[in-house]
Design a protein around this ligand. Structure first.
Ligand SMILES: [Fe+2]
Ligand SMILES: [Fe+2]
Length: 384
């Protein structure tokens, strides 16, 4: 494997993650064209302002177009990767569940491999999934490794929905990770090489940062996914930062991946896509987990909140991974061509529901108790 990624002279290495673009062939209709332009606007602006050293496409990237043949698929991938190619920024790619939908994995890999700056490879074709690999980031003096970046395929759907809706990272993939991590540890003088892991479907342990809601927390709760769906959840106090917009769609069967990270001791952060609304980070047992919401405009999303996630590593502080979300409208001040006027005004589902609840409660109080009581209710609920 080539060692081609390197920390900057100040010791930092910046990674930009682009979640669930779901880009496809529709650029002929006015709406399709506007959506593609909004996506390009976000990616181009983010690259120019944040200047990453590496971009990671987090899966579900070019979907519903693999059955149109390699030429058409190549056009879509070329459109998505053009902003990185034009700036000479290398990029990695992981498989999302939708990349597996039509069983064209070989064509997908060949297409990405042919794009300049693409760093993907399949480290061990004998194990489950496609594109399980790792990339080493060298120290700024280029003399030794500073970090390792893992890229795992979290596969597609589970064949038996009674067990789980989504598939998981399988035991043979976990064994591959442990084997390679041991090799890297030996290369790093017997200490685990600090690492960040990227995969599409999150691990079930994200629910460890959440708890069942109390009745008055309904407005800020989310319904759990599948196996967790009998309950509505909120973030545990002090354990989550950012926006929890939906119950994490993790596999219901736990293959032990998170426990393996803890045993191996190298993973400082794990970054996921798949959930188009979530952009939270949480820390469970010392491992930071960060969600990337969609950076596109084709799939379900919440207004102008499409965003990119930056992950910053620092060779001078290898245990501390910094990560931030940068949003289309809020942080870059961009205007959407593809969203209607109402969608453009909604900040996110939570603030929308909260605003409606506050106004409804205040109106009811005004009718029942007068204007002073309404103002008091508004103040109390807004503070919550
Ligand atoms: Fe997706
Ligand atoms: Fe997905």
């Amino acid at each position: 494997m080539e060692l081609q990624l390197k920390c900057r002279p100040n010791g930092k290495f910046n990674i930009m993650c682009l979640g669930d673009l779901h880009e496809n062939v529709d650029t002929d209709s006015p709406l399709g064209k506007a959506r593609a332009e909004d996506m390009a606007k976000l990616i181009n602006t983010a690259l120019d302002r944040l200047r990453p050293d590496l971009v990671v496409l987090m899966g579900d990237t070019c979907t519903d177009c693999t059955n149109n043949g390699p030429e058409v698929f190549r056009d879509v991938v070329t459109r998505v990767t053009q902003p990185m190619v034009a700036r000479g920024i290398p990029f990695a790619f992981i498989m999302g569940n939708h990349e597996h939908d039509d069983h064209h994995e070989e064509m997908i890999v060949k297409t990405y491999e042919s794009i300049p700056g693409c760093l993907i490879f399949n480290d061990d074709p004998s194990i489950t999934g496609c594109l399980n690999y790792y990339l080493i980031v060298q120290r700024s003096d280029a003399e030794s490794p500073a970090f390792n970046l893992w890229f795992l395929d979290s596969n597609n759907l589970c064949e038996d929905e009674a067990i789980s809706v989504y598939d998981w990272v399988h035991e043979d993939q976990i064994a591959w990770y442990e084997r390679k991590a041991a090799e890297l540890k030996a290369l790093n003088g017997g200490k685990p090489l600090p690492a960040v892991l990227f995969q599409h479907i999150p691990v079930p342990e994200e629910y460890n940062a959440m708890r069942p809601m109390k009745p008055w927390e309904l407005y800020q709760s989310v319904k759990g996914h599948a196996h967790w769906s009998t309950c509505r959840y909120v973030a545990k106090e002090g354990m989550m930062r950012g926006y929890l917009g939906e119950g994490p769609c993790a596999p219901c069967r736990n293959s032990g991946q998170f426990e393996s990270w803890k045993r191996t001791g190298d993973i400082r952060a794990a970054i996921f896509g798949h959930d188009h609304l979530n952009d939270f980070t949480c820390t469970v047992d010392g491992i930071t987990m960060g969600q990337c919401k969609t950076a596109g405009f084709r799939c379900y999303t919440d207004g102008c909140q499409s965003s990119v996630r930056m992950v910053t590593l620092d060779e001078n502080r290898p245990d501390k991974v910094e990560t931030e979300i940068y949003r289309f409208k809020h942080d870059f001040g961009l205007k959407s061509q593809s969203l209607g006027p109402i969608q453009r005004r909604i900040n996110d589902k939570q603030s929308f529901v909260l605003n409606v609840s506050v106004r409804a409660a205040a109106a009811l109080a005004a009718v029942t108790f007068g204007a002073a009581a309404a103002a008091q209710i508004k103040k109390r609920i807004s503070e919550k």
